[in-house]
Write a protein that binds this ligand. Structure first.
Ligand SMILES: [Ca+2]
Ligand SMILES: [Ca+2]
Ligand SMILES: [Ca+2]
Ligand SMILES: [Ca+2]
Length: 682
């Protein structure tokens, strides 16, 4: 045995990996995985020249054959349901020439050109002298043409991987036999499994049968978008083999969609979860730009081994429900490992005009988030939840995206924003609430993009609630995943806080009529202003508390009281900010009371009106300290005469230097005063 040599060299395992041809696509038409022992051993026969005891055997033990601790277990995908093995190690030190052939199961290659064989194999040999492993092909079951395998593989190094062989002899042959032939000597073993015959055709995205293989864009680092080369549907056609589609709603509810210019891609699933969408990439003629439906693709994802047997698994018309930034299609899908998928892409037809042009496909592997890990975060609303006409709800909403954890469990998952007439209790599925509406569930943590124009949602007061979903299903497969179209079923959901929003209609301008009470003197400082305001959100919602006031004296109350005569200005604003503020100027006048202090027996001023001189006569019941002031209408003292302790007084003022107008004569008697209005007129 040469185990020690093998152990040392196993660290240098190498694989002759089959390289994919980017512009070519494989179409498998014949497979063999040896899953049924009796069928496998009757269809496949062995023979040859061998003095030793070994022969090609069927086994379902991947570890069968030569044993060595560092030798990998046979890696064929279906090794454990059966495969063929020739164990040269058990054969002893004797030369052999042995073969295995599908004697009773020839392959039909009629109409096939460019036939290739692909199979999984593990091969390791020791004695290089004369050892050769071959694949033979025959079209009569007798004469075989052989190709050598593993020609560059050194001794003692195992090969474990796929091989692809060009079988030109098999093209268009009704019966094709294969032969695995090993001419060798002691030791180790050869295993074969998972055979397929396929033709290689040039890719043409116009047809499912020649769909562009984009498998290379899958399996990349989660979160890092992978972008294919440009596709262009301008000259694409519709084929008789294109499937019927009814999930885009292109022809109205329930109608068949309009296939206009179908394109096809294909990929092999690997068990990962992916977001797949069309993107502008470096397109110079981005699809739909001319038609005015920017980026308006449509996508249907199907699963199946070939184009004649496809089952829809995901469908989308518009990845962004409101077309911002464009009307691209996109789906998220958890793939099954080993499953082949096809993507049908079409252009949207609106009013007879079809979206045509270039685009790329973006493939982003998603992190897998189990349902139970879902979390709905919090959000805040600015502007007291008011949204002006023409404004967007997203403009007043703030959230911390890191607080939201969106499950990726399908078929429906993600975040939706619900709008309802009242708050939504935690634990209640919002889809069951009367009059609820929502954004579609989607994979992005972002504020709801909702234009307030009275058509998408009615004006008025609503409650906004985020809901996180995992594992939901659509009730009506043809409609968008709005909350009322989702059955949360055995999935899970998380209902966030409900906050009030007010979608305001166009508002009447603010207006105000003041009710003014003049200052009465004496005692004075008792005027008031009571504004009556209309318009704005206060009128729409019948709530006067929505008006805000700022007076020029700094007051922020609605009413001003305790005022002296003067001019007051108030700026009245709407709390929503959705209509312009109004500025109101109010004059508070002064009314002079006729009541004199009890001590005054008589008080006269003459002449009144006067051109210049003014004579005052005062008669008191008893002597008191008397002071006389002439003030303007705002109470500013212009002239003062202090008469001292008197019981009678005659005093003449010269008002010739006063401007024409109204003035007040204020006669202070002890602690009280009497007032007279005087007018200077010329
Ligand atoms: Ca197998
Ligand atoms: Ca087509
Ligand atoms: Ca679309
Ligand atoms: Ca279409």
């Amino acid at each position: 045995m040469c185990a020690s040599v093998l152990s040392k060299r196993l660290t240098a395992l190498f694989f002759l990996a089959a390289t994919g041809l980017p512009a070519l696509q494989a179409q498998v038409f014949w497979t063999e995985n040896f899953e049924d022992e009796s069928l496998a051993t009757s269809n496949w026969q062995h023979d040859g020249i061998n003095a030793g005891p070994s022969f090609w055997i069927w086994t379902d033990d991947p570890a069968a054959g030569y044993q060595e601790p560092d030798l990998p277990v046979f890696g064929a995908p279906t090794a454990s349901n059966g495969y063929f093995l020739f164990n040269s190690d058990d054969n002893g030190q004797t030369p052999f020439d042995v073969w295995l052939t599908n004697i009773n199961r020839p392959a039909d290659c009629t109409g096939k050109t460019g036939v290739h064989l692909r199979f999984y194999t593990q091969y390791i040999y020791f004695n290089p002298a004369g050892t050769v492993a071959q694949i033979g092909v025959s079209t009569n079951g007798i004469d075989f043409t052989y190709q050598n395998l593993f020609d560059t593989l050194p001794a003692n190094l195992p090969f474990d991987g796929w091989l692809e062989i060009d079988l030109a002899e098999a093209d268009d042959q009704p019966e094709v036999w294969l032969q695995f032939r090993w001419i060798g000597n002691y030791e180790y073993h050869w295993k074969i499994d998972d055979l397929s015959l396929f033709t290689v055709v040039a890719e043409d995205p116009d047809f499912c049968e020649t769909a562009v293989d984009i498998t290379e864009f899958f399996g990349q680092t989660p979160g890092e978008p992978q972008i294919t080369g440009l596709l262009d549907n301008t000259d694409a056609t519709v084929s008789a083999t294109d499937p019927e589609v009814s999930c885009w709603g292109e022809a109205g509810p329930g109608g068949l969609d309009i296939l206009n210019n179908t394109l096809w891609c294909t990929f092999a699933g690997d068990g990962g979860t992916y977001n797949i969408q069309t993107v502008p990439c470096n397109a110079t003629n981005y699809i739909g730009s001319t038609a005015g439906n920017l980026g308006d693709t449509q996508m249907l994802l199907l699963a199946g081994d070939d184009c004649s047997d496809l089952t829809p698994v995901a469908c989308n018309e518009d990845f962004f429900p409101f077309g911002i930034p464009d009307w691209r299609a996109g789906v998220s899908i958890q793939t099954d490992s080993g499953q082949q998928y096809y993507i049908l892409l079409d252009g949207f037809e609106g009013q007879g005009v079809v979206a045509t042009g270039e685009f790329c496909i973006q493939v982003t592997q998603q992190l897998v988030v189990p349902c139970a890990d879902g979390q709905v975060g919090s959000f805040t609303l600015s502007n007291n939840g008011f949204v002006c006409t023409g404004g967007n709800l997203e403009d007043i909403l703030s959230l911390n995206a890191a607080e939201f954890v969106l499950p990726t469990t399908g078929p429906e998952s993600g975040l939706a924003w619900c709008i309802s007439p009242d708050t939504i209790p935690a634990g209640t599925w919002p889809g069951t609430i009367q009059q609820v509406s929502s954004t579609p569930f989607g994979p992005n943590v972002a504020p709801p993009d909702l234009l307030n124009n009275g058509t998408i949602l009615p004006y008025g007061t609503h409650y906004l609630t985020p809901v996180v979903l995992g594992g939901g299903t659509r009730i009506n497969a043809g409609a968008q995943p709005f909350v009322y179209n989702i059955d949360p079923g055995s999935g899970c959901y998380f209902v966030g806080q409900s906050l009030k929003i007010v979608l305001l209609p166009p508002l009447a301008p603010l207006g105000a009529l003041p009710q003014v009470t003049n200052e009465v003197v004496p005692p004075g400082n008792n005027g008031s202003i009571v504004p009556a305001v209309s318009g704005g959100s206060g009128q729409y919602l019948n709530d006067a508390a929505l008006y805000q006031y700022l007076w020029n004296n700094g007051a922020v109350t609605k009413n001003l009281t305790g005022l002296s005569a003067g001019v007051y200005t108030v700026t009245i604003s709407d709390i929503s900010g959705c209509t312009a503020a109004a500025v109101l100027e109010v004059t508070v006048g002064q009314t002079v009371s006729s009541t004199d202090p009890a001590l005054v027996r008589a008080l006269e001023v003459r002449p009144n009106p006067t051109r210049a001189a003014l004579q005052l006569y005062l008669d008191l019941q008893s002597a008191a300290d008397v002071r006389i002031e002439v003030t303007n209408i705002l109470g500013q003292v212009l002239e003062t005469h202090h008469a001292g302790q008197v019981s009678q007084l005659v005093h003449t003022f010269d008002l010739s230097h006063f401007a024409e107008g109204t003035y007040l004569l204020r006669v202070v008697v002890g602690q009280e005063f009497a007032l007279r209005r005087i007018v200077v007129a010329r």
